[in-house]
Design a protein around this ligand. Structure first.
Ligand SMILES: [Ca+2]
Ligand SMILES: [Ca+2]
Ligand SMILES: [Ca+2]
Length: 500
């Protein structure tokens, strides 16, 4: 049994290192569309398969130009579309083209069926695994003098997305969320959340403001990215960042997770506390800030001072080194300020020393002011301050900030973006031998993305399932049993219970 257990552990470890693609991505095949004889109805059939058997979200786009553009009006669809679609063959959608596209015709029509299980965004790139353990948060020592700083321990490993979330990533999310009713469009300018969909994001919360961004626009059926800006970072409210993260089973980083990732493995001790991740001197070849000298520098505060994500890859202007940090992450410093999950701890000394998702600082509910980190490409009235804002230890609400004290969840500026996070998930204890007289055992989930789903192998025993970070197992017979915890992203962790 021990041998098997070791093998299971190794296999899981290898899987985590390889990118923890535990949740399988759904696949669509055999899309066939035909116009029903003597009608203006189109039958669309497809096969959808998901190895985990997840329910799917499905949307459709229609092209009259062999797939060059997908801009045919196509709203009047029924059948296996929207959310809650089960996997299977010959899934069927009926499109009433007589309503949407009457009198039009093309003999080079193409139909695209897009499916998602909302457990990960396929193709999203990640930095390296950031190991569990402590780091020194805040400023202390170094060329800028005395603290405060705080030793903070993060008891799980995690990954941040390699880049700030791009406009294309965000538009893909919105198009799916529109058809599943997670969000709605108000006029041509605003995307808002429907109620009861995302934790902490109430009905009517503004996710993104189209008229201000001008990089996203409504076109007939769906949102599209304007002016080839697909690879630029999106700017959103905290609600918008949170909705995206939850849609795919991810999370926003806590403030400590963010800063530990920013500093990198070699810069978390007092003697190494640098002002910027690359050193103590400002350098325009290292990050995008106001006046950094990149071709996107903007003298007027329009909306296009951001560089494409990953721009600082060694080929940037001014020419420099590859600025992926030691965790393989770009643009932690500058480009977009990044929303964190956390509310604002008034001082670093008020930050919890053991990171816990159940700390009230990380409550999704209650709106309030949320942490923005890393500084941005331009900062309006604080433009001249952006060299301060991009520093490792810059914290909203502290003395060095100016107008970032009120980072409420609806705050929307052209330099506020985000990146997403996923955490490894373990159960504590992961193996327990009960004494003959022990009837219950508490298990706790560490890491992952809440809420958690608990289950138990059916051979014996039961659990109290509560969606929270702990569950209580109650035995009913002897033998070996397993308790499984699954997080929002579909990641499983398993604990073994040996019952004499
Ligand atoms: Ca799946
Ligand atoms: Ca710049
Ligand atoms: Ca950034």
């Amino acid at each position: 049994m021990n041998r098997l257990r070791d093998q299971l552990t190794c296999a899981l470890g290898a899987c985590l290192l390889a990118g923890y693609a535990v949740a399988e991505v759904p696949v669509v095949t055999n899309v066939v569309a035909t116009q029903r004889v003597s009608t203006k109805l189109v039958d669309i059939y497809y096969d959808a398969y998901d190895a985990d058997g997840d329910e799917l979200k499905v949307r459709v786009e229609v092209s009259h130009s062999s797939g060059t553009t997908y801009s045919v009006p196509a709203f009047s669809m029924s059948g296996d579309i929207g959310q809650g679609v089960t996997t299977g063959q010959l899934k069927h959608i009926v499109w009433d083209a007589g309503i949407d596209w009457d009198g039009e015709y093309s003999d080079i029509m193409q139909i695209k069926v897009i499916v998602s299980d909302s457990k990960g965004l396929p193709g999203l790139e990640w930095g390296h695994e950031i190991p569990p353990g402590g780091f020194l948060m805040g400023q202390d020592g170094g060329v800028e003098g005395i603290g405060p700083s705080r030793h903070v321990n993060i008891p799980w490993s995690y990954w941040l997305s390699k880049y700030e979330i791009t406009i294309q990533d965000y538009v893909d999310f919105l198009n799916l969320a529109l058809i599943t009713g997670e969000v709605y469009r108000e006029g041509t300018s605003t995307i808002k959340a429907n109620g009861g969909v995302y934790e902490g994001v109430g009905a009517g919360a503004v996710l993104v403001n189209l008229s201000t961004a001008r990089d996203i626009a409504w076109n007939v059926n769906n949102l599209e990215v304007l002016d080839s800006r697909t690879n630029f970072p999106v700017n959103v409210t905290w609600y918008g960042a949170t909705a995206f993260a939850q849609h795919y089973g991810y999370d926003l980083p806590t403030e400590a997770e963010w800063e530990k990732a920013y500093r990198g493995p070699d810069h978390d001790g007092l003697e190494e506390h640098l002002v910027y991740p690359w050193g103590n001197a400002l350098d325009g070849s290292m990050a995008n800030y106001t006046g950094s000298g990149d071709p996107y520098d903007s003298s007027s505060y329009d909306y296009r001072g951001a560089t494409p994500v990953g721009y600082y890859d060694g080929n940037q202007t001014p020419f420099g080194t590859n600025m992926a940090n030691a965790y393989g992450i770009y643009d932690m410093s500058g480009n977009m300020f990044e929303w964190c999950r956390s509310k604002i701890a008034t001082t670093v000394e008020n930050y919890p020393q053991l990171e816990s998702l159940t700390n009230s600082l990380h409550d999704l509910a209650g709106g309030g002011s949320r942490v923005l980190r890393g500084g941005g490409w331009g900062a309006g009235s604080v433009c001249n301050n952006s060299t301060v804002l991009i520093k490792c230890y810059y914290r909203a609400g502290e003395a060095q900030s100016r107008d970032y004290d009120a980072n409420n969840c609806s705050y929307y500026r052209r330099d506020l973006g985000f990146r997403v996070l996923r955490r490894s998930l373990v159960i504590s204890p992961d193996e327990i031998t009960l004494t003959p007289s022990t009837n219950t055992q508490t298990f706790a989930a560490v890491g992952g993305v809440p809420p958690y789903e608990w289950s138990v192998a059916a051979v014996s025993g039961s659990i109290s399932t509560n969606g929270g970070p702990t569950t209580i197992y109650t035995r009913s017979s002897s033998g070996t049993n397993f308790v499984t915890c699954t997080d929002r992203a579909g990641l499983d962790a398993i604990a073994t219970i040996i019952q004499p």
